[in-house]
Design a protein around this ligand. Sequence first.
Ligand code: GRF
Length: 225
Amino acid sequence: MRIAILISGRGSNMAALLRAAAQPGYPATIALVLSNRADAAGLAVAEAAGVPTAVVESRAFKGDRAGFEVAMEAELARHGVQLVALAGFMRVLTEGFVDRWRDRLVNIHPSLLPLFKGLDTHARALAAGVKLHGCTVHLVRSGVDEGPILAQAAVPVLSDDDEASLAARVLEQEHRIYPAAIGWLAAGLVRIEGDVVTVAAPAASGALANPLPGPAPVPTNRSAS
Ligand code: GRF
């Protein structure tokens, strides 16, 4: 399956996808890396890997989102793209684009959706005091950061975490689950029924807890003494 990766910035998830696609037997080819900004650092990484790149400057369209998308879709068509992976792509897509690419448009988001949609997810997770945080790969629907979930990874939130340490722990997992999820889609292992996705691939079993519950606390009976 021919994939386009859409980026706006450093492109570490893009790089993880390029590494996966370079492995023998991976069921997808990265046909195009497309950025809406010419200064996206990820473009140089893609070029160094010999992957075709394109820039469609969103700024040049001055709020004409449909026109911007027509130009992007011309690039997607030119490269025979069958599936689009958003990887730090900082433009909201129109409902028309999302509908045209229904079930062929995926995103990675740095939280355990449906918690913390939108920006600053790590700061918001710390402020909310959650004990588990993580990342989600999902099919894109018209609401921002909404759509059927393909894969999630959870990490503990530690008491001495700051935004950077938590982001780094989550990012490591993003780099694992995004290539895996795209591989499942490309291999036809994914069944989508309404909001629920079933993947015919090995799944983790058991529970993930943080802090880990230790031995049960010994009950004290103050009134007995
Ligand atoms: C990642 O945290 C991703 O989850 C979010 O944007 C960030 C992009 O990082 N959508 P990178 O450009 O892939 O390094």
